[in-house]
Write a protein that binds this ligand. Structure first.
Ligand SMILES: C[S@@+](CC[C@H](N)C(=O)[O-])C[C@H]1O[C@@H](n2cnc3c(N)ncnc32)[C@H](O)[C@@H]1O
Length: 325
């Protein structure tokens, strides 16, 4: 005989909620049928069974909004493969990725990298079905936003998600460091990029000086994505101290390493209705509130590994990706 027991801190699945809805024609707590208003390949609904709050208003965008004052560095060329880039020794994009395609045949990322990975782009000869074009194709799991008890809105999937699968892009307005600083007090949707490693990115936190693809970009200006006014479903993904997603820098449609795409991938197999989370990696002591005080924020992720704070010392690392299938 086996007995199923909930591990302390293990999140409740919303199965009962969904099963109840299956028996009725109307989904319980459904507020909005599609927050993307047709912009994503599948509708993303908003569900609230906690209170009467409606999802906040913002402009839904599936593509990044780049600053008009900065010209993106354009691509110089692409690969000449016509065979879906299956020969990684000949494919120029695979060579840029250290001689391998970073995705397996199921489209799962094999390993999250510290530096940006290169997908094939508009100048490549390969077809859209190429193995090295994954995150550029957009959402493929049925995501929804839902109201949580203590963390505002969150995101979950109605489908089960295999480890390594692409989930969504963190889209928003790209701001210079200076512009981002001016948004102090309104920094809940900021995601710093450019000078940060993929596995060391910060949300609303400090930029780490590092080397991307072997180039030292320490002295270059850093950029931040702000998803407060313009964003996608990703802006609702909460922080967890035991996250199930990882963020990966990806380049494919331009060659500007200061402004890579931030693509979120499953870090483990995720059952349906489990909240999707990643580690914001906020760095303690680097974010100030509008009064200039060091920002301290309590974490309510509920994980047994929860540190209780959303800001912590920069040497506390992020989780590794589980072996994709
Ligand atoms: C990018 S937003 C995430 C979506 C947000 N929950 C909402 O309703 O729009 C980040 C904000 O969500 C809340 N949040 C995210 N993760 C949290 C956590 N683990 N504990 C407490 N609050 C959290 C905090 O207010 C944080 O500043």
């Amino acid at each position: 005989m086996f007995e199923l027991r909930r591990i302390p801190g293990q999140p409740e699945l919303a199965l009962r909620e969904v099963q109840k809805s299956k028996n009725s024609k109307v989904r319980e707590g459904l507020y909005v049928d599609d927050i993307s208003q047709g912009q994503e390949k599948m509708p993303i609904c908003a569900v609230n069974t906690i209170d009467s709050e409606k999802p906040p208003q913002f402009m839904y965008i599936t593509k990044m909004k780049y600053p008009s004052s900065h010209n993106l560095i354009p691509l110089e060329g692409g690969c000449g493969c016509t065979n879906r880039c299956s020969d990684s020794e000949k494919c120029l994009c695979a060579v840029k990725n250290g001689g391998e395609i970073p995705f397996n045949r199921n489209g799962a990322i094999v390993e999250a990298k510290d530096h940006a990975i290169y997908e094939c782009g508009p100048l490549c000869k390969c077809p859209p079905s190429c193995h090295n074009r994954v995150s550029q194709h957009g959402i493929k799991y049925q995501l929804e936003i839902f109201k949580t008890k203590s963390r505002g809105w969150g995101v979950r999937s109605l489908n089960s998600i295999p480890s390594g699968s692409f989930i969504c892009e963190y889209t928003g307005e790209v701001l210079s460091e200076k512009e981002a600083d001016q948004r102090t007090g309104n920094d809940e949707y900021l995601f710093d990029l450019g000078r940060s490693k993929s596995s060391n990115q910060t949300m609303g936190g400090d930029l780490q000086s590092t080397s991307i693809s072997g180039e030292n970009v320490e002295d270059e200006e850093g950029f931040t994505i702000d998803a407060l006014e313009y964003g996608s479903v990703s802006r609702f993904i909460n922080h967890s101290c035991s996250p199930n997603l990882v963020a990966q820098n990806v380049l494919y449609d331009h060659d500007d390493k200061r402004m890579p795409h931030i693509m979120l991938f499953a870090g483990e197999n995720i059952p349906p209705l489990q909240e999707l989370t990643y580690d914001y990696n906020y760095v303690l002591g680097t974010v100030q509130d509008s009064a200039g005080n060091i920002k301290i924020k309590e974490c309510y992720c509920g994980s047994i590994e929860c540190t209780g704070r959303m800001y912590r010392h920069s040497n506390q690392g992020m989780q590794k990706l589980q072996e994709p299938p």
